[in-house]
Design a protein around this ligand. Structure first.
Ligand SMILES: Cc1ncc(COP(=O)(O)O)c(C=O)c1O
Length: 281
């Protein structure tokens, strides 16, 4: 289902942006991807909040929340009570023109549920930037969910060419950053560690929700930077993102993570997020 703000429901294959839209030509715009659970958007308020922060970083006039809510309601009335993906997109529009905003609802690729269940292999790849680059150069837009995802996709292709399912970016100073479409958590002993968003990471909505879920399941989730050596020595590694949820990393840089099976902390966090999707906010 496709809903264009200001236009209503339009056919899925109907063109909605002009050839001179800067979102198309320069990747200048924002998007959000939220989980749909039985036709209900999961943690939509957090996604809208993050889009507002991105809008400030890009000086982009995104529509107000009320307009997004109306478009989402319209899209979901059409889509029905199904699981899937809810995507919100706002492009810059043509030079001097107005932004174009639309909402899509569609089924999630089956591969993601399989990866969530069985785990993935990942490869660490350098991002070629130190972990201080984001603070020194805010114009890099690290931590902004902009439409410029060609670097993220190229990283995933580089991992695939080397036989891995996913990538984990590491700073040129050896500090673990994030995956091209997920945040990273590793487990050592009784501690689950994730790097702070301040080093230039997307503020993951899934990770945010897990902070509360982890505590109730006896998992201590702490935020601090860590090195690639620490990551490789972890008992468990996992990736968090809205659609795939908590995804175990069972092989890292060609070696098994821990025992090579899905670990108990990962399984517990995975259950916490899936439960929240069914019954949570
Ligand atoms: C670069 C990056 N980091 C982290 C995430 C995870 O964010 P969320 O949990 O909000 O889906 C994503 C999601 O696509 C991402 O693209």
């Amino acid at each position: 289902v496709l809903v264009v703000l200001g236009r209503g429901v339009v056919a899925w294959d109907e063109p909605v942006v002009r050839a001179d839209d800067l979102g198309l030509q320069r990747g200048d715009g924002l998007f959000e991807t939220a989980r749909l659970s039985a036709g209900r958007p999961v943690l939509l308020a957090g996604h809208l909040e993050r889009m507002a922060a991105g809008a400030a970083a890009l000086a982009l006039a995104v529509p107000p929340d009320a307009e997004w809510h109306d478009a989402v309601t319209l899209a979901l009335a059409e889509y029905g009570p199904h699981d899937g993906v809810l995507k919100l997109v706002c492009t810059r529009g043509p030079e001097g023109g107005t932004p174009v905003a639309f909402v899509q609802a569609f089924p999630a690729p089956a591969l993601l549920a399989r990866q969530r269940a069985e785990g993935v292999s990942a490869l660490t790849l350098t991002l070629g930037l130190t972990s201080t680059a984001a603070a020194e150069a805010p114009w890099l837009l690290r931590g902004v969910k902009s439409l410029s995802y060609a670097v993220n996709l190229a990283s995933l292709r580089a991992a695939a060419e080397r036989g891995a399912d996913d990538a984990i970016w590491v700073g040129s100073d050896g500090v673990v950053l994030e995956a091209p479409t997920a945040n990273v958590v590793w487990v050592r002993g009784d501690e689950a560690v994730t790097p702070p968003a301040e080093i230039g990471l997307l503020r993951g909505i899934t990770l945010g929700a897990l902070r509360a879920g982890a505590a109730t399941r006896g998992v201590r989730l702490v935020e601090r930077p860590g090195t690639v050596d620490e990551l490789r020595a972890a008992d468990e590694v996992l990736l968090t993102s809205s659609i795939r949820g908590v995804c175990p990393v069972v092989r890292l840089d060609g070696a098994p993570v821990g025992s090579g099976a899905v670990g108990s902390v990962t399984a517990s966090l995975r259950a916490a997020y899936e439960e929240l999707c069914v019954s949570g906010p």
